[in-house]
Design a protein around this ligand. Sequence first.
Ligand SMILES: NC(=O)c1ccc[n+]([C@@H]2O[C@H](COP(=O)([O-])OP(=O)(O)OC[C@H]3O[C@@H](n4cnc5c(N)ncnc54)[C@H](O)[C@@H]3O)[C@@H](O)[C@H]2O)c1
Length: 438
Amino acid sequence: MKLCVIGTGYVGLVAGTCFAESGNDVICVDIEEAKIALLQKGGVPIYEPGLEELIRRNLTERRLWFTDDLVAAVRASEICFIAVGTPEAADGSADLNGVLKVAEEIGAAMNGYRVIVCKSTVPVGTADRVREAVRAKTDHEFDVISNPEFLKEGAAVEDFMKPDRVVIGGSSPRAIELMLTLYKPFVRTENPILVMDNRSAEMTKYAANAFLATRISFINEVANLCERVGADVADVRRGMGFDRRIGHHFLFPGVGYGGSCFPKDVQAIIRTAHENGLGFPLLSAVEEVNERQKHLLVEKVVRRFGEDLRPFRFAVWGLAFKPRTDDMREAPSIVVVEELLRRGGRIEAHDPESLNEARKVFADRINYHRLNYDALEGADALLIVTDWNEFRRPDFARMRQLMKTPVIFDGRNLYELDVMREQGFAYYPIGRRLVEGR
Ligand SMILES: NC(=O)c1ccc[n+]([C@@H]2O[C@H](COP(=O)([O-])OP(=O)(O)OC[C@H]3O[C@@H](n4cnc5c(N)ncnc54)[C@H](O)[C@@H]3O)[C@@H](O)[C@H]2O)c1
């Protein structure tokens, strides 16, 4: 099949590459010329495991192209995906300017029947608006399909190649048939392709993200209560998770959720509820809990070191909003680092992949280290903010030697309490008993 994907970010680039990998001809379009130039040379603008290799292979085998020429891309394609960003507008709603602009451009460019697929996360009713925007620019026939994306950054290729389910929203049998043919190779393990109307598909994406965010805020509340009552959330979480009705996913307490999706999608669904005469008090609470949670680690720091952090040097491990990505959008680390800086603390930061992105956020206000141990030298404490795998089994003796005082504030509960005790660290986890240190 011949496709174009407009918007070559985390979603568009992964989707386009994976469609090419299953044998389709795919043109990825973006307005950022530098990004296109880099991709044409086989470079990859984001870090995502496995992606670079797939891009290179499909470029070489001439199934994947990158361009800023939307008109040519639309003319060469039967199916046009819209995968541009839908950032949070000032009022909390999803900003649809990009999506609707691309819809108009597709309408103006098309020279025959097209299936136009909205892959961006968009509020209920957007497919109708896309239809109107396209119709205003063309007399050709077309159908609009809503096909939300559920991939997670850090495992995007894997998720896309083997989705738990594919959601296709639309009413035209012709367009749905094309979509089923396109997605068949991705569901060979019999995971379902769910066909529904556009509005239900649009709602499904927000409901799924809002539910996952709710689980995170729920366990964070439980963790905070555990601290007060002397229970251990690590045990409570396991005790809950083995119940098959509950499961283990998204029940890890921490420094709050971040990223380019949960915060804006929770906002957007609350906004949709308000616009339709309903509130969504449950999700308003989810957000409130999450905001508070981002401050928790620094509150623990202040309880130990006092409000004035000027005399102290803090190592921070992990800046990306989650492991295996370089994405810093809405990362909880931003709140943690800013709060430390505001009180005068000095920051020595390490992240395996996001240092370039982090520089755009913190500039020269903090120091950056490519190696995790380098950040520890002379540190009064270490704060762990992202749960990268490589932080799970560090050399504690080496850490103790490097640090001025062996103190860890662990926003991801990576270490066992008895190990911390044996190793002589003062250890401040989330929702567990603290280890006093020697
Ligand atoms: N990132 C995720 O994990 C994820 C997961 C599922 C769904 N989504 C949704 O997918 C959508 C895209 O997210 P993303 O993270 O890939 O965004 P992104 O910001 O990484 O990428 C968007 C891309 O679109 C390009 N673009 C903007 N306007 C354009 C235009 N007029 N023509 C061509 N290109 C244009 C930008 O230059 C950018 O490269 C959003 O709606 C998001 O909510 C994201």
